[in-house]
Write a protein of this length. Structure first.
Length: 247
């Protein structure tokens, strides 16, 4: 039986709703919480983000491209992807997009930082890909509902610090997760078991390292240009295919 459009997108729509709700709650709390409380909330999200990033990065150890270890493939993807991202000036491009959205909605505060951090945090990860595939193929939204809960809680803390820019990440969630869910039938032919596919493991591991960068930024430990590493997510499966062919 052919699934309806609403069934395929149920998890994505729930995810978008929780992020919007979290953004609204964060905005309500933003002016009422002392600065130290807002800071501790962001630090809590930052620490959790580091943990999620470390957990995801561990997937590199389970991937193998021919005779090349997954960690090496992940490193190559990050280095060359980062160089490509810097050449394309992706960080500046995303910041410019954030500024245009800020002017459109008259947002205040660190709109761009919130938009970029939330978009990457909510859309890079195994639950996004596997959950969207599962929802699109079977109509089962359970994995995306779990992700929606985590994203909603994170949105509260992120909004308390960055402002309304976090809510703008809903556009990215709808486009990316919704697109994967709608294309699930085509993708599933290439990835019959996405949870264990080495290409997905590589993308998950590289994404985990990028999530670590977000955690570092949230904690104020440094300034990682995370957006510049986005091409690494596309390079990872390409490098895997090359390693397989050369081996």
């Amino acid at each position: 039986m052919e699934l309806g459009l609403l069934a395929k997108l149920s998890g994505t729509l729930a995810n978008a709703a929780t992020v919007l709700l979290g953004t609204l709650l964060g905005l309500l709390l933003r002016g009422r919480l002392p600065e130290r409380m807002g800071r501790i909330m962001v630090q809590g999200v930052g620490l959790t983000t580091l943990f999620i990033g470390l957990s995801m990065a561990g997937a590199l150890g389970r991937a193998q491209g021919g005779a090349v270890d997954g960690v090496v493939l992940g490193l190559l993807a990050l280095v060359f992807g980062g160089l490509l991202g810097e050449g394309l000036r992706l960080e500046e491009g995303l910041e410019a997009l954030g500024e245009r959205l800020k002017r459109a909605v008259r947002g205040g505060g660190s709109f761009t930082e919130g938009f970029v951090a939330a978009s990457l945090l909510f859309c890079v990860g195994p639950m996004t890909l596997v959950g969207s595939l599962q929802n699109g193929l079977t109509g089962d939204p359970r994995l995306l509902l779990l992700k929606a809960t985590l994203d909603g809680l994170s949105a509260i803390a992120l909004t308390a610090s960055f402002g309304v820019g976090v809510g703008a990440s809903v556009l990215v969630i709808l486009l990316y997760q919704g697109g994967v869910a709608l294309l699930a039938g085509v993708l599933a032919q290439a990835l019959p078991n996405p949870a264990q596919d080495p290409r997905v493991l590589l993308v998950t591991g590289v994404g985990g390292l990028m999530i670590l960068g977000i955690g570092i930024n949230l904690l104020g430990l440094g300034r990682v240009r995370v957006a510049s590493f986005l091409p690494a997510l596309l390079l990872a499966p390409i490098l895997f295919a090359l390693a397989e062919a050369l081996s």
